[in-house]
Every structure is written in C-alpha cells, then in structure tokens.
Ligand binder design. Structure first.
Ligand code: KG4
Ligand code: ZN
Length: 332
C-alpha cells in the first residue's frame, strides 16, 4: 500500500510517498530559507510560505514517485506538536484531499514521526528498543515497548538540545539554525579546550540545557575578538562535548538499567557527528547497538510522517476527519 505523508509543523514543507511503511518512493523537502534573515522562525511567514508551496510540493512528490492520487491508499499528516498556522496548512490540505478522493486519512504526532524514521530505515531494529529523540523542540528518552506503546524515561527541564545548539550558534554569530554549523566547526576544534558545566542531574534521566547556554554566553562575553576568532572551533567543540556527553551518559545508563539491546536516536540533533560516534562507541562496549536515520530523515521530513501514519493505521485503522491542529501535542 502507498502512503502519502505531509509535514508542515515548522519551517519545512515536505511530502513523501512510501510503500508498505519501509520503501521511500519520494521525499520532497523544501526548507524555508526566508527565516534566516530574522534569526528564527516567524510563524506567520512560515504559514504563508507553506500555502505558496504546498501544491507544487504535492505535484513533485507524486511525480517523483511515478504515481497518481488514485494509487494512494492512505494520507498521513502531522497534527502536532508544532506551530498552529503551519500545522493547519498541511492538515487541512490532507483532510481535503482525503475527503474529496475517498482515501483513508490518519493524523500523525510529529514526535512519533521522528522515532518512526528508524523503524522505516532499519528492518532489523527490535520492536522493543530505547530511543533518544533530540530536535529543536524536544529532548526525550523513551522506552518503546512496541510502536505506539511508550514510557517516557526522561525529558528536558528547560531548553531542548537542538535549541541549545541554535542559541549558542547565534551567540557565536553562526546563523540560524546553527546546529549543523556548530557540528561542522567543531570537527577542527579541541573538545577539551574549555570545560563547560555538565548538567548531569540526579533526578533520573532528565536533562537541562539552559545553564550551559548561560555559561557559554558568560564565557563569550569575557573573550576579546582576537581570542574568539582564534579559538572559535575549540569553543564550538567544547560546547558540543558538554551537550553530547550528558545525552550519551543518560542514554547508556537507561539502556543498561532497562536491559535494552537496541537503541535509536532521531530528530535534527541525531545528525550530529559527535553524538553518533560517542554513543555508538559507548553502547558497543556494553554489547548494545545504536541505530540512527540517514541525515535527511533526522531533520523534519514527510517520509517519517508517512511511516508513522502507516504503522498507526496498521494498528488502529483510519483516523477521524475532526482532529484539529494541536500545537502542544504530547507523545503519551
Ligand atoms: O527535527 P528538526 O528538524 O526540527 C524539530 O522538530 O525541532 O530539528 C532541528 C534541530 C535544530 O535545532 C538544528 O540546529 C539541529 O536540529 N541540528 C543539529 C544538527 N543538524 C540539525 N544539531 C547538532 N548537530 C547537527 N549536525
Ligand atoms: Zn521535528
């Protein structure tokens, strides 16, 4: 069965066609570059951009897959969490299309979409696994008993990991969103150059990143221009190390405590090269295995939404047309 996925929760307009929840036939992603000039996503501007591009993206997704609407068996769209205006554009498009063409419709939780990216790509992944979801909006450590059955083990008390990357990138004048740029810069830097604080909180598997951001800000304030330019890469690497070490420490501890063999990471920060390497190494030492999506499936995309929609549909059948865009939708 073919599923058409639609994702518009933030600043990516994306549509994808996937077959039987595992094979991607097309995955068109348009990132709205217009926000870079504002240093962050402007919700109203994002909604308008989605409205302008959604129909051409739909045409491209079907053309690239080599199919027509008549071939589609399920339409899946993000209903939340995200920005309400952008969500409404994709969700309304999906409902209208499904209703008019008589195709089953299923609303998708964006966070579940991120975790589904690993199930989509790794057929060998255990149904029961541990997942770390790290994006611009979320930092969640979740035990997945099977798709759709979750226990949240930990979450951030303040900023999301991606948010910390973006805020520090902004402080360093690296543009927005800056996570990937920090990652790139850090490759030439010394992670031991400066030891920023690690918030390894005692309360279980929770995270906290606002203190780290403040520490970087205070550190940069004291630095003169010359030293900053000379040590830009070292500072990026030192900051990144502080974020990654805590994510890795807690994820490995949870996998050991819960006796879980397979671990996945997803969300934009799962594209981070240091996180992938350090977590894979530490898990391997414990005879555990790390899975992560290809970079294009880490950041927001419709293939992961189509996959999550397909797995939900297999479990529960079609969704209701009355669902509304839900900005603060939770995973559980
Ligand atoms: O999953 P995503 O596209 O959107 C949300 O659902 O939030 O994640 C975007 C986040 C941004 O904060 C971005 O800076 C971060 O992922 N990001 C990275 C990297 N690539 C994207 N952070 C660290 N290293 C990267 N390579
Ligand atoms: Zn996302």
């Amino acid at each position: 069965m073919l599923t058409l996925g639609i994702e518009t929760s933030c600043d990516e307009t994306s549509m994808a066609v996937i077959e039987d929840g595992h094979k991607i036939l097309s995955n068109i992603i348009l990132s709205q570059v217009i926000h870079t000039e504002f240093g962050g996503v402007v919700p109203e501007v994002a909604s308008r951009e989605h409205m302008k591009t959604i129909t051409p993206i739909y045409d491209q997704a079907l053309n690239k897959a080599g199919v027509t609407l008549a071939d589609i068996g399920l339409i899946a769209a993000t209903m939340g969490p995200g920005l309400v205006g952008p969500l409404l554009v994709g969700l309304s498009f999906a409902k209208g299309l499904a209703f008019a063409a008589g195709i089953p419709f299923i609303p998708v939780n964006h966070i579940e979409g991120h975790l589904a990216a690993n199930i989509l790509e790794h057929a060998e992944l255990d149904r029961h696994h541990l997942t770390l979801i790290v994006s611009g909006g979320h930092t969640l450590l979740v035990e997945v008993r099977e798709f759709g059955e979750y226990e949240i083990l930990g979450k951030t008390k303040d900023d999301a990991a991606g948010e910390a990357f973006d805020k520090v990138a902004k402080l360093m004048g690296l543009g927005y969103p800056g996570g990937a740029e920090v990652d790139r810069l850090a490759r030439d830097g010394n992670p031991k150059f400066f030891r920023f604080p690690r918030a390894v909180r005692k309360d279980g598997y929770n995270f906290s990143y606002s203190g780290l951001k403040t520490a970087v800000s205070l550190y940069l304030d004291k630095l003169d221009r010359e030293s900053f330019e000379a040590h830009k890469a070292d500072i990026a690497a030192s900051f990144q190390e502080a974020v990654v070490e805590v994510l890795v420490e807690k994820t490995v501890r949870a996998a050991v405590d819960k006796n879980i063999l397979h671990v996945t990471i997803s969300g934009g920060v799962a594209a981070n090269s240091r996180l992938r390497k350090l977590l894979a190494d530490k898990l391997k030492r414990r005879q555990k295995q790390l899975f992560f999506p290809s970079p294009v499936l880490c950041t927001d995309n419709a293939a992961m939404i189509a996959a999550a929609g397909y797995y939900r549909y297999e479990k529960e059948g079609p969704g209701e047309f009355i669902v509304e865009a839900t900005p603060y939708l939770k995973l559980v």
